[in-house]
Design a protein around this ligand. Structure first.
Ligand SMILES: [Zn+2]
Length: 383
């Protein structure tokens, strides 16, 4: 059987940071070049659109999930949920189930979770990722993703479905590589992120998960070498993971000002960042005075936001951002009510935030940050 030409494998290992990659061997004989890869400030909701489009967050428009925008909130109908007992409607599983039902009802195909945003806050919020960012037209800023040039030219590729379990995505890629017809295999491995959140970077399951990834990738590589002349693998992550050492209660400090949410100010409390909208004169001063008593974080000035590529037009994601120090988790937040061992979304230049890149190619362009990955993959495909 004649072998096909080149296969490019893009393996996206969520949260496999450079710190971890230096400590734990991973496909060392295959990935002859390994390096740190600059991440962007935010969460996967920020990083992934940058990987797919090659542009900064301010351009693609994605950062976090919730923004204060009452006229455009699709959640008005959820207000009565706040009248039901919290012991029922705020259980994790119930919220996940409601999220699925709400997302479908609104006709969204993007990643949607209500997390722990309070029922009385939701009707003031709009949600960002309504569309699947992996589908054409899914990026808010209208940029094309790495897949669009292939779609336009009818070049076959294999793409993981983030809705499906990892094993299914692995099996799908293995099958597609075995057919020998794809030019690009884009694999998304999400479960390491979950393990790191649940156990921290020293958790026993972390090494096990990486061993299992290795095993499965070796199988795919073996099949690939049988079917293709030239197999080029690029392994990368979107960000690292930071062990949580401490928590801070930003909400309590802000509540203690006596200011009213939705009248004087609005806020989204992400896991590591609190974002504020000031609705009345004086609110900013009072909130900043209250936060001055919290030493485990800082306000991000305009210069920093610009340098990090998150100075969004019209302050879409808030007038001011307060970022916790690495390892400090905002608890409670709109994302979770309890501390967890690992989190990302800290300063992008902190060592634990830095992402990973590894390849078997001697001559492909080397990416220095997430925004370079699209160019690397397209150049590997001759596009
Ligand atoms: Zn994560």
């Amino acid at each position: 059987m004649a072998r096909a030409g080149r296969l490019v494998l893009s393996v996206f290992v969520d949260a496999f940071g450079w710190e971890l990659a230096q400590r734990i061997p991973f496909l060392d004989d295959v990935l002859t070049h390994k390096a740190a890869l600059g991440t962007v400030f935010g969460y996967s909701s920020t990083c992934d659109p940058t990987i797919l489009t090659g542009v900064a967050p301010r351009e693609h428009g994605h950062f976090s999930f919730f923004v204060y925008d009452p006229p455009h909130s699709p959640f008005a109908a959820l207000r009565p949920m706040g009248l039901l007992p919290s012991s029922v409607v705020d259980r994790g599983r119930v919220r996940s189930w409601i999220s699925k039902w709400v997302g479908r009802g609104l006709g969204w195909n993007g990643y949607f979770q209500l997390y722990n945003v309070p029922w009385n806050v939701l009707p003031m919020m709009d949600y960002i990722e309504k569309k699947d960012i992996y589908f054409p037209g899914g990026i808010l800023g209208g940029q094309k993703t790495v897949f669009d040039p292939l779609r336009e030219r009818g070049i076959p590729f294999s793409l993981s479905d983030w809705r499906r379990p990892e094993v299914e995505n692995l099996a799908r890629l293995e099958h597609d590589v075995g057919e020998g017809r794809i030019a690009l295999g884009w694999l998304f491995l999400a479960s390491l992120d979950a393990v790191l959140h649940a156990q921290g970077t020293r958790g026993a399951a972390v090494v096990d998960r990486l061993r299992w990834y290795e095993e499965r990738l070796r199988r795919i590589l073996a099949i690939a070498h049988e079917r293709y002349e030239d197999v080029r693998i690029h392994v990368f992550s979107d960000h690292g993971m930071t062990d949580v050492k401490d928590t801070c209660d930003v909400m309590a400090r802000v509540d203690a000002t006596g200011l009213r949410f939705g009248r004087d100010y609005a806020a989204v409390y992400d896991s590591t960042t609190a974002r504020f909208w000031y609705l009345r004169d004086g609110a900013r001063e009072r909130i900043e005075a209250a936060m001055a008593g919290e030493p485990r974080g800082r306000w991000l000035d305009d210069e920093t936001l610009h340098a990090w590529g998150v100075d969004f037009p019209g302050h879409r994601y808030g007038d001011r951002f307060w970022l916790a120090d690495p390892g400090v988790l905002i608890v409670p937040s709109h994302m979770g009510l309890k501390p967890i061992p690992g989190m990302h979304g800290y300063a992008p230049n902190d060592k634990d935030s830095v992402a990973f890149y590894g390849t078997n190619t001697p001559d492909a362009p080397r990416p220095s940050g997430l925004a370079d990955l699209k160019g690397v993959v397209l150049s590997e495909l001759g596009l």
